[in-house]
Design a protein around this ligand. Structure first.
Ligand code: BES
Ligand code: MN
Ligand code: ZN
Length: 461
């Protein structure tokens, strides 16, 4: 699938984007013929509406797309994309009505709306094409859309076709595309190389656990991304009920998102030394599953009492974060579908993140708005540290009571980086529960685009 805007100058039907308050004024400035057509079709400029205006011979001459009001635009992303189902196939260009600062976001929404997951069924849908608006960097918007398509494809692929080895293949394909290097530690080699918790969580599956380590770039600051790659999460011996297990193919959503972010970084040639670490495992039930009350020793040497085998993400991430931290990066980021508690707190749309660095937070919040990728800062609340400290080991993987479940998971992860590291942790959902403009139901990019946009500020590039 090509994900691209048409070059400027391509023959196209002009679109006037009109808010509800602009329609009467615009129509008043047109010929009787056009004014009559707009009124006869009751075009009011609401979001999600469009009107094709024909010329005297009945051929399309102009398109109107509704832009609502500032208040209705705030209720969703991608107001332009909302009208795409109402446009006949063809090529369009934006003639008026969108502020220059918003053109990139609306163009991106247009591209994102053209996604379909075609691995198991071809798509017959045809999508209108948009000509690159003035001042928009077509290559950049393509890269942003490709990244999101990669994330969606990886998450949407069922666990039977997206196990640890297939996730490795996807990382290798991305590495090949960008000339990155990749090293993978698999199965018992995880024990020999001191990744004990990745091995423990993944050993019950007949699909071997592994740590994927992709590196790219030879100059500039070091950024290390760690993504949770639990290809399926049954919960282990603390098995999930069917209703909670149903969506757990998406438990590698963090891995998918860091790969999407890596694509954006590499395709745009940022001056950074990038590393992507993905502990890829399946949390399965078998005779050799790890058990409640087992005590694991992590790569860092901290001992962890298992109080719930379903709190597996933090275990595999812990060893990967320690390893990442050993490389002394300038920034270390984890992305993970880590807790149900994060969903209860902020729902499926917002990507909650944790950082102790106020500069990072300010930059991320701004970038999130610019990139239509909303994030929300959560606290690394130090007084809750006691909640993750059990009696007979250093750490508890699943504090009783469940208070502040996303925060305690974040605090757990923070123990495994160095206190000198600049660290950001995202506790994402990775899934769009029902279709919205530019966001079909299914796997979703979250936080990665906002982070990409803020890297030049955070890393002083
Ligand atoms: N993958 C889940 C978290 C999850 C659940 C993300 C639903 C998105 C939607 C994770 O491995 C998990 O099961 N977490 C437990 C932790 C608990 C046992 C401490 C949770 O959140 O219930
Ligand atoms: Mn789990
Ligand atoms: Zn999980």
């Amino acid at each position: 699938m090509t994900v691209a805007l048409a070059p400027a100058g391509t023959k196209a039907l002009p679109i006037h984007v009109l808010g509800t308050e602009d329609v009467a004024l615009w129509a008043g400035q047109q010929s009787d013929r056009i004014r009559t057509w707009v009124e006869a079709n009751a075009f009011k400029g609401s979001i999600g509406t469009a009107l094709i205006i024909p010329d005297d011979a009945g051929h399309p001459e102009t398109a109107l797309v509704g832009y609502g009001t500032q208040a209705t635009r705030k209720r969703d992303r991608f107001a332009l994309a909302a009208a795409l189902p109402k446009l006949v196939p063809g090529t369009y260009r934006i003639e008026s009505g969108i502020a220059p600062d918003d053109l990139e976001q609306e163009a991106l929404g247009w591209l994102l709306a053209s996604y379909s997951f075609t691995r198991y069924r071809e798509s017959t849908a045809t999508h209108p094409t948009l000509v690159t608006p003035d001042g928009v960097d077509a290559a950049r918007v393509s890269v942003l859309a490709e990244a999101e398509f990669l994330v969606r494809d990886l998450i949407n692929t069922p666990a039977s076709h997206m196990g640890p080895s297939e996730l490795e293949s996807a990382a290798r394909a991305l590495a090949d595309k960008h000339g990155a290097s990749i090293a993978v530690t698999t199965g018992d080699a995880l024990l020999a190389d001191n990744f004990p918790m990745i091995h423990t969580v993944g050993r019950a599956s007949d699909r071997a656990p592994r740590l994927i380590d992709l590196t790219w770039g030879s100059r500039g600051p070091k950024i290390t991304l760690v993504g949770k790659g639990v290809c399926f999460d049954t919960g282990g011996l603390n098995i999930k009920p069917g209703s909670s297990m149903g969506l757990m193919k998406k438990d590698m959503g963090g891995a998918a998102n860091v790969l999407g972010l890596a694509h954006m970084i590499m395709a745009s040639g940022l001056d950074v030394r990038l590393r992507v670490l993905i502990p890829a495992v399946e949390n399965a039930v078998s005779g050799n599953s790890f058990r409640p009350q087992d005590i694991l020793t992590s790569r860092k040497g901290l001992t962890v009492e298992i109080n719930n085998t379903d709190a597996e993400g933090r275990l595999v991430l812990a060893d990967a974060l320690t390893y990442g931290s050993e490389g002394k990066p300038d920034l270390i980021v984890s992305m993970a579908t880590l807790t149900g508690a994060a969903r209860v707190a902020v729902g499926p749309d917002l990507a909650p993140y944790y950082t102790d660095d106020d500069v990072v937070a300010t930059s991320l919040d701004l970038s999130a708005r610019r990139m239509a990728d909303p994030v929300w800062r959560m606290p690394f609340h130090d007084p809750y540290e006691t909640m993750i400290e059990p009696g007979i080991a250093d750490l508890d993987n699943a504090p009783k009571g469940g208070f502040a479940g996303s925060i305690t998971a974040a605090l757990f992860l923070r123990r495994f980086v160095s206190e000198h590291d600049r660290y950001i942790h995202f506790d994402i959902y990775g899934w769009q529960p029902s279709a919205a403009p530019g966001r079909p139901k299914g796997g979703a990019l979250q936080g990665a685009r906002a982070l990409f946009e803020s890297l030049p500020v955070i890393l002083d590039l």
